[in-house]
Design a protein around this ligand. Structure first.
Ligand code: TYD
Length: 137
């Protein structure tokens, strides 16, 4: 897996004078089936979230409100993505070290995930991540 497997995806947007509507359908708009949804909100200015990798989890991250950055690192290269529109999302493949920062006031970060929560899927130590990424685990 490399950072180049991760990408910004433009979602459908139905616009009219009464407002906009965006929808997401399993596997049609994102490359996995959704088993879990969670969201980050009330994030204090200057906070950093994440700082871990997932062994098998696929995720899709949307700035539902406000903005923030997602930094992805595959063990060789790092890329920063700025999310600030609710009809764009970032697909994050497994084995990406990630952290989120630069949260605007009132930002809401929605995460669609391919699996239920499992602490054993996390790698929370960066050196352990680097060793696993180099082994191609
Ligand atoms: P964590 O994924 O470490 O948060 P972040 O990456 O945003 O900093 O999760 C924080 C805590 O919440 C941790 O104790 C695990 C718990 N948690 C759940 O119980 N279920 C979930 O779906 C998620 C994402 C986290």
């Amino acid at each position: 897996m490399s950072v180049s497997d991760c990408r910004i995806v433009e979602l459908p947007k139905i616009q009219n004078s009464q407002g906009n509507l965006t929808f997401i359908e399993n596997s049609r708009h994102i490359p996995f089936d959704i088993k879990r949804v969670y969201y980050l909100y009330d994030v204090p200015g200057g906070s950093e979230r994440g700082s871990h990798a997932h062994k098998h989890l696929h995720q899709f991250i949307i700035a539902m409100s406000g903005s923030f950055d997602v930094v992805l690192n595959d063990g060789r290269q790092e890329q920063r993505f700025h999310l600030n529109r609710s009809h764009y999302g970032l697909y994050v493949c497994p084995m990406m070290w990630r952290y989120l920062d630069n949260f605007s006031s009132g930002a809401v970060c929605l995460v669609l995930a391919s699996e239920m929560y499992s602490e054993s899927d996390y790698i929370r130590d960066y050196d352990v991540f680097l060793a696993a990424a180099r082994e191609g685990v």
